[in-house]
Design a protein around this ligand. Structure first.
Ligand SMILES: [Zn+2]
Length: 422
């Protein structure tokens, strides 16, 4: 394709009016890679780096790719046939070795999707901004892709546009737990060694979470530049609960999660059977200073799996109603909101009925979003401290206390004996 050459308008090029239309419809960004094309990345100066590429070439032959298309030659300098690109990608879509990949249909669709997105996102007013907090840590050695684009797509699907905390590189995470040592140490050993390795790991990771919340997010809230938060988490369960507990109650917050079915972080439309949640008093003995909460949502924890040291305590269970337990149970955000409401009701009930309670031992099979919601529903000033358990080396062991000042690793099992985690 001849680069911005030939055709209607002054000097045989697409007219100034047409060029302006394409630039505006594309918001000054490359329709392929979204690069901002009015500023040099090296100089920081205002530069016009974009190029208008013809989708259907306006000339003929190999120098004018895709020109064999049936589009009326008189329409080939229209804004609908011009796509704003950066120079490298303009060259690439026209290169002889790649032109078969970049068909008229494909380029047309890319242009349309980019321009539709620009129109949608720029139509969202400043009150639709949300500050993204992404946390990724390994879970038994695995982690997930959670780029800025992934998070952006998920919040835009809910009619918000993302702001990212400053001082991070384009590809950096807000809370990156992948460098915290010791996660793998909880795998291959005995339950007691796994428990102590788990506690050390969780304590270090919790400190990293606290550092980002206190050093990055809280100042933004204080300055009033953070007015809404969108949280994306993938990490070991106690750390998700801890993250939830450190989020500010006064700032509206949406929680996201990766859906196993399609590996997407976008919340789906509410469909399928209605899922609710209910709290049952599973073991009705008087609540002393300690009690147990079993949360069976993504899976079911057998009562024989409750550590022997907890077996005599008052025990509640939260479980789904209307659908079975399922790792992908949080299909839509309505389900998560109902789960969070059930948790708030449960904690409110403790304030009324279990005033003597100091520590609540939590054994939970929860999707990541629900684990964050659990931490968020908990208020350390009024609720008992949470002792969060994980299944390590085949047994449930306490690895983190949530709601202690500053968030500390679980050091004591019921009865106060250090390290007797099961
Ligand atoms: Zn580009």
């Amino acid at each position: 394709m001849s680069r911005q050459s030939g055709g209607r308008g002054e000097g045989g090029r697409p007219s100034d009016l047409v060029r302006r239309e394409v630039w505006v419809r594309s918001a000054g960004r490359c329709a392929l890679c979204n690069t901002y094309l009015l500023e040099g990345s090296l100089s920081g100066r205002v530069l016009h780096l974009g190029e208008l590429a013809h989708i259907v070439g306006r000339g003929s032959g190999v120098r004018s790719p895709r020109s064999e298309h049936s589009l009326d030659p008189a329409r080939r300098d229209d804004a609908d046939n011009l796509i704003l690109l950066c120079a490298d990608q303009h060259r690439e879509i026209d290169a002889a070795g790649a032109v078969d990949l970049f068909t008229v249909e494909k380029l047309g669709r890319i242009k349309q999707e980019h321009e539709d997105r620009v129109r949608h996102v720029t139509g969202l007013g400043p009150d639709r901004a949300t500050t993204v907090v992404r946390m990724v840590g390994p879970v038994h050695g695995n982690d997930v892709e959670l780029s800025q684009q992934t998070a952006a797509a998920a919040v835009i699907a809910r009619d918000r546009y993302p702001l990212f905390l400053e001082s991070y590189t384009r590809h950096g995470l807000e809370i990156d737990l992948r460098g915290v040592p010791g996660e793998a140490l909880t795998l291959p050993c005995t339950a007691s060694r796994a428990a102590s390795a788990g506690r050390v790991y969780c304590r270090m990771a919790a400190q990293m979470i606290d550092g980002v919340i206190e050093g990055q997010l809280r100042p933004g809230i204080m300055r009033d530049s953070v007015r809404h938060v969108s949280v994306f988490g993938f990490a070991r369960l106690p750390l998700l609960v801890h993250l939830g507990s450190r989020l500010d109650d006064t700032v509206p917050t949406d929680i996201y999660q990766r859906h196993r079915q399609d590996e997407s972080w976008v919340w789906r439309e509410e469909d399928g059977p209605h899922a609710g949640f209910v709290t049952l008093l599973d073991r009705d003995v008087p609540a002393g200073s300690e009690a147990v909460l079993v949360v069976n949502v993504s899976g079911a924890i057998g009562m024989q799996e409750v550590p022997a040291a907890l077996a005599g305590l008052r025990r509640w269970e939260i479980r789904p109603v209307g659908v079975p337990t399922d790792p992908d149970i949080m299909r839509d955000s309505g389900r998560l909101e109902r789960f969070a409401a059930e948790l708030r009701g449960f904690f409110a009930g403790l304030e009324a009925d279990a005033k003597t309670l100091e520590r609540l031992h939590v054994l939970a099979a929860l999707p990541v979003s629900a684990a964050i919601a659990l931490g968020r529903a908990h208020h350390p000033q009024v609720h008992p401290q949470l002792v969060v358990y994980e299944r390590l080396a085949g047994r449930y062991v306490a690895t983190l206390e949530v709601g202690a000042a500053g968030g500390t690793a679980a050091g004591t099992a019921p009865g106060g004996s250090p390290g007797r985690g099961a």
